[in-house]
Design a protein around this ligand. Structure first.
Ligand code: SF4
Ligand code: SF4
Length: 274
């Protein structure tokens, strides 16, 4: 999840619109998790739903992806693997590999159990493949998320992953990934759009209500029972002088309040006018 957030921040620093969210399954230590990223160079991202198919699959674990996971990659897509040997495949997608666990070992980036944590080295490879001139932005994003020796080691790992990423070909040997255009290009794009905060800890700094396409409107039928306030994931419904009030500055328009309301016609989602 941290890797997804750092990559999202890298895209944001490089001037892209971006969206990042994790998916957790049954909770247990060491259980695999997935995180998803959408990015767009030209416009805001309004899609809020789960990702079923992807253009790029990034596998941070050194274990090879299962056929089910590979099946989520669209034809013509790209798979980035934490892996040194060739990956045997016949699918309609490109493969890039980076020895991320080895890089983590070389730089003493280990979990509390002593396992190499190659996530940032994998990000180095992703940035080389996906973010033009993005290494400096990745380094900034790593430094913003970590501190001290851990930040220094991971910045080195990011550079190593960037440098040691190779594309795998079906017949020919591996080739290094071609570098994208020069630094003027990146700084021009960075200037073209203000940087926004990337955080999953506290939404008060972001006026997340500006994202919403719909907003809940309460009617006179509302009994102020406050069930909607109980379920609102943003905590933006409150009771004031016996009436329910929605703070539209932070309401994301998810519609949960409308679904859980037990009173007919008490609340309805309406489109936000431009
Ligand atoms: S759950 Fe429905 S009736 Fe109850 S306070 Fe919310 S909008 Fe009103
Ligand atoms: S739409 Fe979602 S975020 Fe907005 S008030 Fe309803 S439950 Fe809360």
């Amino acid at each position: 999840m941290l890797a997804s957030q750092i990559l999202a921040e890298t895209f944001a620093r490089a001037g892209f619109w971006v969206q990042s969210f994790p998916e957790f399954k049954a909770e247990r230590r060491g259980a695999p998790i997935s995180a998803f990223l959408r990015w767009d160079e030209t416009s805001r991202i309004h899609r809020r739903y789960k990702v079923q198919e992807c253009d790029v699959l990034v596998v941070v674990s050194p274990a090879p992806p299962s056929p089910e996971i590979l099946g989520t990659v669209r034809p013509g897509g790209l798979i980035v693997l934490n892996r040194e040997p060739r990956f045997p495949h016949t699918g309609p997608f490109d493969i890039a590999r980076v020895p991320a666990s080895r890089i983590a070992l070389e730089n003493d980036i280990l979990s509390s159990e002593g396992r190499p944590m190659g996530n940032v080295a994998v990000l180095g490879a992703c940035v080389r493949l996906l973010v033009p001139d993005g290494l400096a932005f990745l380094e900034e994003a790593v430094a913003a998320r970590m501190s001290g020796a851990m930040a220094d080691a991971n910045v080195v790992a990011a550079r190593e992953g960037y440098a040691r990423c190779a594309k795998q070909h079906a017949v020919a040997g591996d080739t290094p990934v071609e570098l994208s255009p020069g630094p003027e290009h990146a700084s021009a794009r960075r200037r073209s759009r203000p940087l926004f905060a990337v955080s999953t800890t506290d939404s008060r700094g972001n006026h997340t209500g500006t994202w919403s396409l719909d907003r809940p409107v309460l009617t006179d039928e509302c009994t102020a029972c406050a069930v909607c306030a109980l379920f609102c994931p943003e905590g933006v419904i409150s009771k004031n002088d016996g009436s329910m009030v929605v703070d539209y500055l932070y309401c994301k328009g998810c519609g949960i309040c409308e679904v859980v309301c037990p009173v007919r016609n008490a609340i309805a989602m309406e489109p936000v006018s431009a």
